[in-house]
Design a protein around this ligand. Structure first.
Ligand code: DAH
Length: 347
């Protein structure tokens, strides 16, 4: 028969266990509270250990049974608390993983990519064609002297051709260039023949309606050497315009007048829209006026100090917006200047 002391001890152990279980339940998901409970009941000075001191007062037989009972309580309490702690740990890890989860199917962030404006695309294409023909690229200032823009190009102050190009003047002798032809003068003054130059750039005219903008782009092309003739002009123009619009594009020359060329011509291509049948774009003529051209005037050679008995050359100039409109079938000039991305993204 176990003695009273042992029975009493077992019942107190039982009470301790029940109390500890209630505490553990109450601590629920609080890790620190669970650790406190662990120390309080299982630590060296904790509740369960205090029973060990009582063992001395028991008989050897009872001591064994009491020891077993103490260990049982200790083990089950330990198991309970460790189980809870492990579950908490697991839960924390799951939460952290969930938070750091990467959705590898998510599309990447797009970098907004710009692209060249259609006018600049056409410029680049024109440049590439002429580079292939051995021409160099030159540029001149947009704010220009009257001398380069007019005078040296055989357009004196009282010349009626000045009315053709409504000019923005900065002062009486300084203006916004009305064409890229002044680059002819600057380049020919800079280098001796032979020269083959293409001069792309921005030009300005006091003009604003459905088909004109006060700022637009031109490309000037000229070549000077010994024995350059109208046939060279025709050959280069054919190469150029068919490179741009396709080899099935016939050209036509009409006599014209420019002060800086003699003879002068206006050059048409067969309408790229209706192929010559006649449409709204070519005003039923079947042809599109595309550029002005001619043989460089002796007066121009005189201005730059070239011997016009020895050298000859051709020149032509064209509007880039017009070419872009024809090439891409754009029917309103304003679209090229409004910078509506829905429009620009199509090129
Ligand atoms: N500079 C002229 C203009 O803006 C275009 C031009 C015509 C240029 C005939 C030339 C040329 O070189 O020969 O209207």
């Amino acid at each position: 028969m176990p003695g009273r002391a042992l029975l009493d001890m077992k019942s107190r152990l039982d009470g301790l266990l029940k109390e500890a279980v209630v505490c553990v339940e109450g601590a629920a998901v609080d890790k620190d509270a669970l650790l406190d409970i662990k120390v309080r009941y299982l630590g060296r000075k904790g509740g369960v250990s205090s029973f060990l001191k009582e063992l001395a007062s028991l008989s050897a037989e009872e001591r064994k049974a009491a020891g077993e009972a103490i260990n049982q309580v200790k083990d089950s309490l330990e198991g309970l608390i460790e189980g809870r702690l492990a579950a908490l740990e697991e839960r924390a890890r799951t939460l952290a993983l969930e938070k750091e989860r990467l959705d590898v199917t998510l599309p990447g962030r797009r970098f907004p990519l710009g692209r060249r404006h259609p006018v600049m695309q056409v410029m680049a294409e024109i440049e590439a064609i002429f580079r292939g023909l051995g021409f160099d690229v030159a540029e001149g200032p947009e704010i220009e002297h009257d001398y380069y823009n007019f005078e040296a190009l055989n357009i004196p102050k009282d010349h009626p051709a000045r009315d053709m190009q409504d000019t923005f003047y900065v002062t009486e002798d300084v203006l916004l260039r009305t064409h890229t032809s002044p680059v002819q003068i600057r380049e020919m003054k800079r280098v001796k023949p032979p020269v083959r130059i293409i001069a792309p750039g921005t030009v300005y005219r006091k003009d604003s309606d459905v088909t004109h903008t006060p700022m637009f782009h031109q490309v000037e092309v000229f070549m000077v050497d010994e024995g350059v003739t109208f046939a060279h002009l025709k050959g280069v123009l054919t190469q150029f315009l068919q490179g741009l619009f396709g080899t099935d594009t016939p050209l036509r020359f009409r006599p014209s007048f420019f002060p800086f060329t003699e003879p002068s011509a206006e050059v048409d291509i067969r309408c790229v829209i209706c192929k010559g049948a006649g449409c709204r774009v070519c005003k039923a003529s079947g042809w599109l006026e595309i550029l002005g051209a001619g043989m460089i005037h002796p007066e121009v050679f005189k201005s730059v100090g070239y011997d016009y008995e020895r050298w000859s050359g051709f020149a032509f100039g064209l509007g880039v917006e017009r070419i872009a409109m024809l090439k891409y079938g754009i029917d309103d000039l304003r679209l090229l200047f409004e910078n509506d991305l829905r429009f620009l993204r199509q090129f």
